[in-house]
Design a protein around this ligand. Sequence first.
Ligand code: MLT
Length: 400
Amino acid sequence: MKINHHYLNLPENYLFSEVAKRTREFQACFPDVSIIKLSIGDVSRPLPGVVVQAMKRACTEMGHGKTFRGYGPEIGYPWLRDAIAKHYREQFQVELDVDEIIISDGAKSDLSNLLDIFDHNATVAMCDPVYPVYLESNVMLGRKPQFFYATAINNFLPLPDEHITADIIYLCNPANPTGVCYSRAQLKQWVDFARQRQSVIIYDAAYACFINDSNLPHSIYEIDGARECAIEVNSFSKMAGFTGVRCGYTIVPKNLCTSDGVSLNQLWRRRQTTKFNGVSYIVQRGAEAALTPVGLQSINKNLAYYRRNVCLIRKTLDQLHWSYVGGIHSPYVWVRCPGYRTAWECFDFLLKTTGIVCTPGVGFGTAGESYIRLTGFNTYANTRTACQRLLALQNQKMHE
Ligand code: MLT
């Protein structure tokens, strides 16, 4: 049997499956410990009422012969693509053609599936630490990516340099896992670099909804020249609480073409129409409702809720004198492991002493070996309890 042997180069488990496995094992040994997860970026706020109502109406339609729908357009219903174009125009002053927006079941799959439209020999570069999906999807294809490192030396915001020679560059802004955010001028450096080198940027904007400053770029298309070099991937998951509902989209500008005029938009549509049958009508109606003024109002309340959590986490870390970055325009805080521990040692230490589950930084790459990631996505009550437990550590020796 001939398997794709590149899979053997992957770690045994996906990072968040490994974290979940170790948490389950710990809980089995210590059933009385109340565990608080500040690990995977999963939302805790319920869906906005207007989204639920829209999905209920869509369900009712599906139960009547006259309004029932079978297969929808593989690339998404035009009314949802229109709603996204309107959202970009009104919120970010970015003009998109609706044909540039292609609906999917979320950012994770698109960030990986996009590789289908590039040559197998295409080279790829990405940050270290990085969302593991970028790296693992490339490892599955037998690629060895180039890395640019996010460290304290560059304020965790690496910029392009001559060592990066890749055809495809993954960028995540605000960054997962570090939670930091590029300015327009910094992002412009990446766009200019990609254009000069004729590279394509795959831009993951899944956390853009957390940006709290209109001077920072919410979409890469706010940067001149990005339409010639960037594909933007986004999702309703973190913004509208769709982690369990599943809806996202990828924007492939029509200007984005190879030197001999092949349109990447055309290739991505072609890929999706063959391999994907579209997101359910019910879910797309929910996503459309999320972008209405009432939907956006509820979303902003939920985002404010998570910001309050993350602010509490930062305040607690300040009190503990633990060094960290992020958490201002992001739900993630990137924390230097206290007491010279490695990332997994810190994971074990926090789990045993506080019942808090973090994500070990090394799971995002070698540059994360001395870091852990905490998230503000849990409930406020749990976040507050977690912070109280962390503060109680102040009285313990951190080197124990
Ligand atoms: C994360 O926790 O890094 C991500 O949110 C998980 C995901 O979206 O796949």
